[in-house]
Write a protein that binds this ligand. Sequence first.
Ligand code: ATP
Length: 577
Amino acid sequence: MKFKELAVYFQRLESISKRLDMTDILAELFQKASQDKKVNIEEIVYLSQGHLLPSFKNIEFQMSEKLIHKSIVLATGKPDELIEDMFQRIGDYGEVAQKLCKIYIENLSITDVYKKLTELVGFSGAGVVVKKTEFLADLLKSISPIEVKYIIRIILGKLRLGVGDPTFLDSLSLAYSGDKNLRKHLERAYNLCCDLGLVAKILFSEGIERIKGFEVIVGCPIRMALAARMPGAKEIIEKIGTCAVEAKYDGFRCQVHKNGKEIQVYSRNLENTTHMFPEIKEGTLAQVKNKNVIYEGEAIAYDPQTGECLPFQTTVQRKRKHGIASMRKLFPLKLFVFDLLYADGDLTDKSYEQRRKILTSVIGKGDVLEVSPVHIVKTARELENIFEESLREGREGIVAKRLDGVYKAGGRNFNWIKLKSSYSGELNDTIDCVIVGYYFGKGLRASLGLGSLLACVYDKKSETFKTIAKIGSGLTEDELVKFKKMLDKIKVNSKPPKVDSLIEPDVWVEPKYVIEVQADEITRSPVHTCGKAQDKDSGYALRFPRTVDKIREDKDAQDATTVNENINLFKMQGRKT
Ligand code: ATP
């Protein structure tokens, strides 16, 4: 199969926004590809996601727009100014190059292009910039304009076909069996390995039975289990009965994989953060004797003088790419381990009780890893007491866990229930919102260039972002300036196809950054689209929203609070205004 054919599929996908249509087009692509013996289906999956490998592998082209610009100059012989001028007008180097690169020599297959892109990523050492620029220029010279457009977008990390994971899974099922009934098995496998390419490869080469029996692979992150909310202790006990209660630590979620002496640490959004936390690597090697293990915990910075845990604002400083050794001395980390997913065998289908039992024998004594204490409670009173005690100890609240609950990868359900402070009455939990645009504002704010943000939550069903608030509070002047700079890098000319909005900001941006927002309450609103599909007359909005945490770097846009969570929070407020 030729890459040009894939590029035409990309163009078709880009021109539509309906999930069902996207599913059909992708299914057609996968079906066609699966009949071609020379095609590696995983390459199609990764390229369609705009990558060369699953994103947790952290493969980056390391080519800026400036370098792409140079490659286009080299490939086309056109003057710098002309290309710059076109870029200023069009705002997309993919399209600029498509218009200029008219020379067409080779007819490369998908695998040819994949190999060339892999080669491009691999360049290193002296003269790497020149090598990359020239290599790309040669590639641009040998392919057709439509291919040029998508290759440049992939290299710049701007492919953005708008296809979400559930759409990929539906289309794989459709391509393989003619209906979407296999989705649940494919989704389970995907949640266990976070590698859609691998899932597609196994499906088409080994069949659905292998997918049904898919097991965790040490080294591939597992999509993390998430906690649901309930208004209070009474409701929790009513829902799950006798349960285990652990303190809710306010740090970073870490999923640690130990494969012999190889250690990988993954964050909440599956980013590989191993290099940031050397003590977790050392602690795991020192305290875990089993050969292959996957466990999870929350990392918190502590004061080395007093041993006391430090607040999140301090812990967050450990998330950095540079200066790790000095920060480590200042604020070392402790990891409160709360779950075990693998110990020389897959444990995700075992009950919480069984996993915890094994956990205590797997984590040995030492300075970094500490198994989180757990209390088994039968009554709301007991749960309330532990909750209060947890707050007194400076924790964020508690997480109650069903004793017979399996580890539900990628799921937010009632196997885990978080309780932060009383959810009854006002809105006491924060909402994670995705920024989709901004307004210039008035007065001083206008002079800073940014007055307020248009914020969305995520609707899993339609894979779209629904507006919920316009946020003007919580950011200092410096932050407003910083936000503007950051958002201008991802601004787009019109409403992104994945955004559902009845209102129009001054500037639209690609849904990328997640911010934590505090509000007085959730109210009904005809202006916002959050929840409108559920109730045609009115959506939901945040009243008096303000940002509390700037950017939640551990969350991708799709990890924002969902529409359904907002509706549940609204109901928990105990009133329907
Ligand atoms: P979520 O991760 O649920 O999307 P969030 O990132 O905003 O939401 P919270 O709502 O505060 O986080 O609560 C869930 C998080 O609490 C978990 O992802 C985990 O990082 C953290 N956590 C702290 N202590 C525990 C514990 N004992 N068991 C499970 N999770 C815990």
